[in-house]
Design a protein around this ligand. Sequence first.
Ligand code: MEV
Length: 432
Amino acid sequence: MHKTVTGFSKLSKSEKIDWIVTTYFPNHKNAEHILKQYWNNNEKLQLLHDEFIENTISNFYLPFGVAPNFLINGKTYTIPMTIEESSVVAAASKAAKFWFDRGGFKAEVISTTKIGQVHFTYDGNAEDLIPFFNQIKPLFFEDTSAITKSMNKRGGGILDIELKNKTETLNNYFQFHATFETMDAMGANFINSCLEQFATTLKREADVSLNGNLSIIMSILSNYVPDCLVRAEVSCKVEDLTENPDISAEAFAEKFLQAVKIAEIEPYRAVTHNKGIMNGIDAVVLATGNDFRAVEAGIHAYASKTGKYTSLTHAEVNNGIFKFWIEIPLALGTVGGLTSLHPLVKLALEMLGKPSARELMQIVAVTGLAQNFAALRSLTTTGIQEGHMKMHLMNILNQFEATPEEKEKLIAHFKTNTVTHSAVVEAIKSIR
Ligand code: MEV
């Protein structure tokens, strides 16, 4: 089948769908309906979403849920979460409530510096670059003054620019390593604009002052932000740690600590452990219109900063006090980007009390910690499947379009029977 097309982006949305349907679904009458059923009747809202990206043909819905009762630094939040995985919001809510009754979460921002680099090659004498760089350094600030003006007013801007000689690792390779403070903006556009201007200035000055050939390779921010750090923790007396009559508080604390230790030393476990943390983090990052890929990339890099991938959370018991904490890098924004464009994102931020980026960093870190607490508590006691399968049951029932009466019957049935996909299908068949 001929599946390439030219000028696709110039077609109207309906024409694009026609092409998709005739090319990929010639015998599937429903394809057009499936795509169009997600169109929003509110044309203005639909157009807004259409224009977020190129070649939009439909909307992809994800549930927008909330986890209430998060007490963070003495303030109560209801946290918006966008996620498809069935048990995540329930787990976050449970952990929030548990810690609400034990003093809540404490969170602090440790640092907020972001990083960007101009990568370039120079085939002349490396020694010449140092005085050249020192001489022209003020020009980088001058030439970016139009870009930095409003950021400077808000208290941010370019912090520093360093020249780095990387020729030991790659022939002729040098870089500018620049640091930025971007206040309430995630800062990607700001940083990239500054970097591209640095590159233009560098090339212009190099062409007149240097003997060798300087070539700009690229200018881009780094999503590795180990100096944009936030820490969140919970603590309580060991004796207050469990409401579960099947396990003593001491035994639970011991198992919990052991589970964290395993994630600290065993990368296979650490990846899953951290994935559970990201369940919470991504959900809030997405609901608040932030870039979850940037956050994922930066956090996993941070998890391997020692050269070995390890747990993002840690736990200890000292003098009868259980303490559990997380430290992660987070580059987030509460202004700019989707935050003022997407109505649901705006609502999510309003629900959080229009937080600053620093406050949002704390909220996100807390959600990750809560999620990890909930996962480890299940894993070390009942096992994870009990909760998962309850939520999974609803998904299967919906898949089979169970009526409210059928749902009621089957939920009652599976209170005492193990949920498996085939058991649910059998049970549906037997009552129909
Ligand atoms: C599932 O999405 C997340 C967990 O696997 C996390 C963990 O194992 O800690 C339950």
